[in-house]
Design a protein around this ligand. Structure first.
Ligand code: FAD
Ligand code: NAD
Length: 400
């Protein structure tokens, strides 16, 4: 009998965890992994690369170190899934047939169709974008001694969600050191964070969000709240404040107002909202029981809040651990199991050795919370990588 074909799209937290799980099962099936790059990157550290406190090499590892040669790896970009004929279309023109498909193509930046975002700001969605943001920032700060243009020292961060706050934490930690290295007047640097909502970090209790925001304010960040951004022009952020349209000039504009699922989802005709498909309890697609959708391209209803779970690496990994036995069940014509998730807590870093955390209803801040954050990240790395990858990354140092 011909072997069934399992194809996994994306080698992020969700996709790579599925491949790792399938490898252990010794299945009578052909497994193919398709990913844009020949490396995995820890997207939870992209803000550090963008700020310049971490390097791309520290947050990436070669897929070869995890993916065994029993798995067929194709380095290519997926452009479309043709559900009708169970085929995946790749940028190279190649087509790959599947019996079972796992879609784990992850997130893209969400511009909400606001004019000028793509052309005039930097998003943090993968290694090239994070490195481009870092290079630009460094160039502008270094250029000040020649240009004497105050805008070279101005940084605007759009949105004040998790990514923005963690980016600001890293950036404000690094700036004093960077000022000495590339010579710019630190006291003249102006960082403004512009947020549409009226409240900052609403997902945390007030004592914790105030703690985090106070730290950033003391390090020189100005927050504008209740000020939705309406347009980005070259070197200018235009926003609404009450009845007035206002603007801020800055030669570095960072766009972190949220994410949406991969454009492949919409291009392939899946019913979705912002690139996320509302999946069945066993993580398959309604109408397509042979397709699993997980990670940031999926939406799973949290029955306790009646809202979809947020898009996080923690959930992506947990979903992968449901998909592996469900694929085995499908191959054996057995019933699949439902995905269930209990949040281990929420942690937000504010640069090195500072963080806030809410875990099992308890509140933590400062160094202890930052250790928790590093512990969670190391656990996630182990779930997709190997102990030797963790060792090579030197991630046992909790003091930095
Ligand atoms: P991804 O990690 O995005 O992986 C998708 C993979 O698919 C990538 O390898 C990509 O190259 C590949 N790919 C994409 N498109 C294509 C294509 N067309 N063809 C082929 N390959 C493709 N979550 C937490 O739980 N904790 C945190 O502390 C945390 N911090 C974060 C910090 C930042 C700065 C950001 C941006 C996010 C953070 N998140 C965090 C959220 C978390 O990173 C995502 O929820 C998680 O990455 C989702 O995993 P995924 O596998 O679905 O997608
Ligand atoms: P987010 O959706 O969490 O935050 C985006 C922020 O931008 C929101 O506060 C929103 O009100 C604001 N915004 C949206 N449109 C705006 C506009 N026009 N003008 C001004 N502000 C605007 O998105 P994110 O921070 O990019 O995070 C993406 C995902 O990754 C989330 O699911 C998040 O939970 C996850 N994440 C988690 C962590 C962590 O657990 N430590 C860290 C980073 C990201």
């Amino acid at each position: 009998m011909e072997k069934k074909k399992i194809v996994v799209l994306g080698a992020g937290y969700a996709g790579l965890r599925v491949v790792k799980g399938l490898q252990k099962k010794n299945l009578a099936a052909e497994i193919t992994l398709i990913n844009k790059n020949d490396y995995h990157y820890e997207s939870t550290y992209l803000h550090e690369v963008a700020a310049g406190t971490n390097s791309a090499t520290k947050i990436t590892f070669d897929l070869k170190s995890v993916v065994q040669n029993t798995v067929h790896f194709i380095q290519d970009t997926v452009t479309k899934i043709e559900k009708e004929n169970k085929t995946v279309v790749l940028q190279s023109g190649k087509k790959v047939a599947y019996d079972y498909l796992v879609v784990a193509l992850g997130f893209e930046s969400e511009s909400f169709n606001i004019p000028g975002v793509e052309e005039n700001s930097f998003s943090l969605v993968d290694i090239p974008t994070a490195e481009a943001a870092q290079k630009h920032l460094r160039q502008k700060l270094a250029n000040y001694t020649l240009s004497h243009d105050e805008n070279d020292l101005r940084i605007a961060v759009c949105g004040a969600g998790f990514t923005s706050i963690e980016y600001l934490g890293e950036l404000t930690n690094l700036l004093p050191k960077l000022a000495k290295e590339i010579h710019f007047p630190l006291e003249k640097v102006k960082i403004t964070c512009i947020e549409a909502a009226d409240k900052l970090l609403p997902m945390f209790p007030e004592n914790l969000s105030e703690y985090a925001i106070d730290i950033l304010k003391k390090r020189g960040v100005t927050f504008l709240v209740g000020t939705p951004i309406k347009e980005i022009k070259q070197g200018t952020v235009l926003y609404q404040q009450g009845e007035d349209r206002k603007e801020i000039s800055a030669n570095t504009i960072i766009w972190t107002t949220g994410v949406k699922g991969s454009c492949v989802i919409e291009n392939s005709g899946f019913e979705s909202r912002r690139g996320r498909v509302m999946v069945n309890a066993d993580l398959t697609v309604p109408e397509n029981p042979e397709i699993f959708i997980i990670g940031d391209v999926s939406a799973v209803m949290d029955k306790t809040t009646n809202r979809p779970y947020p898009t996080t690496a923690q959930i992506a990994l947990k979903q992968a651990d449901t998909v592996v036995p469900n694929l085995v069940a499908k191959l054996n014509n057995q019933p699949t199991k439902e995905f269930s998730y209990e949040s281990a807590g929420t942690v937000c870093s504010i640069g090195d050795n500072e963080a806030i955390a809410e875990v099992a209803g308890k509140h933590f801040k400062g160094y202890i919370a930052s250790v928790m954050k590093k512990g969670v990240a190391d656990k996630s790395l182990l779930q997709v990588g190997t102990p030797s990858v963790l060792l090579k990354k030197g991630r046992f140092d909790f003091y930095h």
